[in-house]
Design a binder for this molecule. Structure first.
Ligand code: ATP
Length: 208
């Protein structure tokens, strides 16, 4: 099995499968058919079967999937045994909310450190996360070996801050700003634009 062969859409569903299988496991279920899994996860069974087929024989015809086995498989695949440390840049309204949100409870990621330019915020601990001045970015990221950053700064500084992050060795950015960021090829940006998501939802409600 080679990672680069897995389609992006499939890769994006893997954490969802992992989370859901854990829920089923905690409910005491040991085995599940692809139809049951499809109903509970709200993804059609053909898609699930196709996704799973990239990883070889995960289930057996007529038997379904062994939940513990799948969990073990996805845990390894998603590196769930290792905690991924993340930095957050921009402790405004959204940044603060994310610092309070306990990512560890739902996965294996943890915001370990935050940065801001505002002296009122620097030195504080928000949701148990210490806030440092952006001037300490390089020193702290390198010291902690952090390669993933959440970006919640104002749009006007987002490109500049991204360049600082890349210079400090960051390889993955979760961009909550509305800006489209330019980054070198080795850096991956995932964009979460909450206003666009809401507008799209409103559009579909009006037009369907
Ligand atoms: P607030 O009401 O706390 O200002 P907000 O989300 O409306 O929240 P924004 O103007 O979007 O505020 O800024 C978000 C945060 O980003 C602020 O805390 C701000 O101090 C911080 N910030 C601005 N410029 C930078 C920068 N260059 N590097 C790091 N943080 C920055």
């Amino acid at each position: 099995m080679r990672d680069e062969k897995i389609p992006q859409a499939t890769a994006k569903r893997l954490p969802l499968y992992y989370r859901h299988l854990n829920i089923l496991h905690n409910q005491g279920k040991t085995r599940i058919s692809s139809r049951e899994l499809s109903e509970s996860i709200k993804i059609d069974s053909a898609t699930i079967r196709k996704d799973f087929s990239y990883f070889g024989e995960l289930g057996r015809k007529g038997y379904g999937y062994d939940i513990a086995h799948l969990i073990q498989f996805f845990r390894k695949l998603l590196d769930q045994d290792e905690i991924a440390s993340v930095a957050l840049i921009g402790v405004g309204n959204l940044g603060t909310a994310l610092l309070h949100y306990n990512f560890m409870k739902k996965g294996n990621t943890q915001i370990e450190i935050a940065f801001d330019t505002n002296d009122d915020k620097v030195g504080q601990e928000i949701g148990d996360v210490p806030v440092y001045h952006i001037n300490d970015l390089e020193q702290e990221l390198k010291r902690k070996g952090i390669k993933i950053a959440i970006l919640t700064v104002p749009a006007r500084v987002s490109q500049e801050v991204t360049e600082q992050l890349v210079d400090c060795g960051v390889e993955g950015v979760l961009n909550f700003t509305p800006s489209r960021l330019s980054v070198p090829n080795h850096v991956r940006v995932h964009h979460i634009d909450l206003s666009i998501e809401l507008q799209t939802l409103v559009y579909f409600l009006k037009h369907s």
